[in-house]
Design a protein around this ligand. Sequence first.
Ligand code: ADP
Ligand code: MG
Length: 572
Amino acid sequence: MNLDKDLKEKFQKIDHRGYLAYKEIKGTYQFKNYIFVIEHVQGDPFASPSQVKIIVNNKNTKIPNKYFDRNHRRIAVQDYLLRKLEILTLKNSFKIKGSGKSGLISVSHCGPEILERSACQICSKNGDVMIRMEIGFPANGRTINAKGLEIIVFEILPEMINTTVAYKNINKEELDNVIQLADNQFFIRNYLKKEELVAFIADGSVLPRESGISSKPLKNAVKFKTPESMKIKIGLPDGSTICGMGIKRGVTLVVGGGYHGKSTLLESFEKGVYDHIAGDGREYVFTDITAVKVRSEDGRGIAGIDISMFINNLPNKKDTIFFETENASGSTSQAANIIEAIEADCKVLLIDEDTSATNFMIRDKLMQLVVTEDKEPITPYIDRIRDLYEIYGISSILVVGSSGEYFDKADSIIQMDEYRAYDITENVKELSTKYKKFEKEKSDKTSFIKEMIFNRTILPYKEWCKEQIKIKVNNIDCLRINKDDIDTRYLEQLVDKEQLRAIGYIIVYINKHIFENKNNLQNLINKAYKELEVNGFDRILEDKFIPCNLAMPRKQEIFMCMNRFRNIRVIK
Ligand code: ADP
Ligand code: MG
């Protein structure tokens, strides 16, 4: 292996030469306290920055075992270290000046969710810490400023790395709090599974956010308080007890007046599939990790999915068992979103009337008289919601403030009133029995009993089998792979663009391996995801280097991206 002094020599050789000479320093170098790898060298000062990797042996960090031997602790500690490192990068970035991105030093910017990220990884076996970051190799115009890079690599970085990962420099109290929270979160998630609960919100949680574009907690918010009848107490590993609202499997309805906090409650369930950092307000809010927010999304493309549970007898005899369209309507898109979520292993559907197609949710009695059943292709969600739970085991949490029709279908009903939750299940049942006396029973639609089989066979997409693959992600609204865009605006549970970038690589990987499998979309994604969980990003990237800006997505979002790719070809 090259030594650090070899790199210094190379710096001398390339100083003041044209920018391309930077390519000569690509490689691996043994520094005093770590291995330093230059994995990618940018083509010019304005291109995407260069990428480096630093591997610090556990002998040097001296981080004790207990901080990384269990998965949930390891991920939480990685997240903590990365946040500390980010603060240092902000201090040190652009200390060296020059053209374009000269002097930039950057790592991931973490939001409130705790995610596995390629930027900081601790090996669960030996505790070695791997840091990946971006550096803008400095230049004046297009002339190499190797002295500048020398300062970054030999002065700034060692100091940053030492401050971040050497155990003696880490704030022990903070680090212990991090693993304590991680232990509690891990414990509560397991508890929910055991007790067949789909969600939990601890008393004192802060659900609303500062604004529509901020993920910070709202100041002076009304803190969450559990209705007495829904209260559960959980004894935690650290000896303390936590109280909160547990939501059982089945159908849960959230009602209440406009602006009383219904959507805010549902949004916290959407994000409850992730663990949150201390101080977020939602660190003790949990939802079944497979939960999917489904909404209407007119205009999306749909490729060969069976929506006959909800849609039948379309005009022009359009097939709804193998439904295809380039331009879905509100109701067909919502139906497809539900079926696709189930294909992606979702066990809890989260639905808000604000983002639903009205005719998909409900059809009132008068309308049923005017537009007869044979003229209406849609079987609304209300007529399937019990079957979904009783036959397929899929729970629903839904916000419906505008119609009482759903009351009969619900196992529990929560009313939001001035941001407080009340359990009104019993009162409503009483009221609705009285009300029903005046109503003629409506004939229930026949129950939908059909085995749900998912065997969509897909064809590989030639464009993505090429050697050159470019994945571009500017925000969480769009994933571009070479020349194809996937519209991800409505993936409301995607929280980080690093997740989206990772999905890009996963999709390309899947596409390349289509022939090795039976080409069943569900199998392909499940297999790739397993691979990712067991081997990290390595296998997915194959022989390419792992970029510093990947975060672990959920499996559900991978399905959603695949389903929104307009050139996906599903064989009939
Ligand atoms: P709904 O869906 O019932 O119409 P929202 O959930 O959209 O209501 O909430 C309306 C407003 O109230 C939002 O601006 C939200 O940020 C705010 N809000 C929600 N929950 C709280 C709370 N617990 N404390 C203070 N403000 C809240
Ligand atoms: Mg709302």
